[in-house]
Design a protein around this ligand. Structure first.
Ligand code: UDP
Length: 234
């Protein structure tokens, strides 16, 4: 499939049109940003890991009935996806306290949560992606109530599938972020599922194997990403 005009460039990905208007090509970059773009850098071969890991997990989820945008891998850094309109909502699912949840609520990082926590934030760089609730989604017209219901039910289903998948590979799924898009009137999972968008801890040692190594300057970022991919491929 021929790559045509680039229609979007984000912090970690570029999206291109193709000859088929119902399909896009996503290119995964090595660029890394954190703290709303305040910290910038790059992680060697991150794009390769994120592309391949997302492809594997999207395929796993599709098999279990979670509709998503993934069609096929094109090469190390590119995948073919269904063209969607991304809803401007970040959906965060948490199993263990970390990051902003710990900061906001004063819960020690690593505390196992007694219920799965679902959060929404408004995808808006200028506002710093603020936390929002379903009323805010309604007043901002970000999605219809029915779409929010579908997103919520997918989010919990994805969490239980991925939690089990990672745990079999000695990884704790601490939290993660999802984005959904609309394709021919239907809400489907889109974006990526990678160490950039998930907190992943080694199940034995709680060693961080995700973007927190970059955010917090913990070192050996590339190694951690590659280790996650090799476990996910098993
Ligand atoms: N996350 C993401 N993109 C964002 C914000 C968060 O992928 O713009 C992911 C993040 O990697 C983590 C989860 O969502 O796995 C929860 O992040 P949190 O709200 O704790 O914010 P952070 O501490 O990452 O800023």
């Amino acid at each position: 499939m021929k790559k045509l005009a680039m229609i979007y460039e984000g912090k970690a990905k570029k999206v291109y049109k193709t000859e088929d208007e119902s399909k896009f090509i996503v290119y995964f970059k090595d660029d890394a940003t954190a703290f709303n773009g305040f910290k910038k850098g790059s992680v060697a071969e991150k794009g390769i890991v994120n592309n391949q890991m997302s492809a594997i997990l999207f395929a796993v989820l599709a098999k279990k009935g979670v509709k998503n945008h993934f069609i096929e891998l094109i090469n190390e850094r590119e995948m073919l996806v269904k063209a969607v309109n991304i809803l401007p909502i970040e959906v965060i699912v948490r199993n263990i306290a970390a990051g902003l949840l710990s900061k906001r609520l004063g819960i020690e990082e690593g505390t196992v949560l007694n219920t799965t926590v679902l959060e929404f934030s408004y995808k808006n760089d200028e506002l710093g992606d603020p936390l929002i609730n379903e009323d805010h989604i309604r007043i901002l017209n970000l999605a219809k109530d029915k779409q929010v219901e579908i997103i919520k039910s997918y989010a919990f289903q994805i969490n239980s599938i991925l939690k089990e998948y990672f745990l079999k590979r000695q990884i704790k799924l601490v939290d993660f972020k999802l984005e959904f898009g609309v394709c021919q009137g239907e809400v489907i999972l889109a974006d990526e599922i990678s160490p950039d968008t998930c907190r992943l801890w080694d199940a034995d040692t709680d060693r961080k194997m995700d973007k927190d190594r970059f955010r917090r300057d913990l070192g050996r970022v590339e190694d951690a990403y590659k280790e996650v991919l090799s476990r996910v491929m098993k």
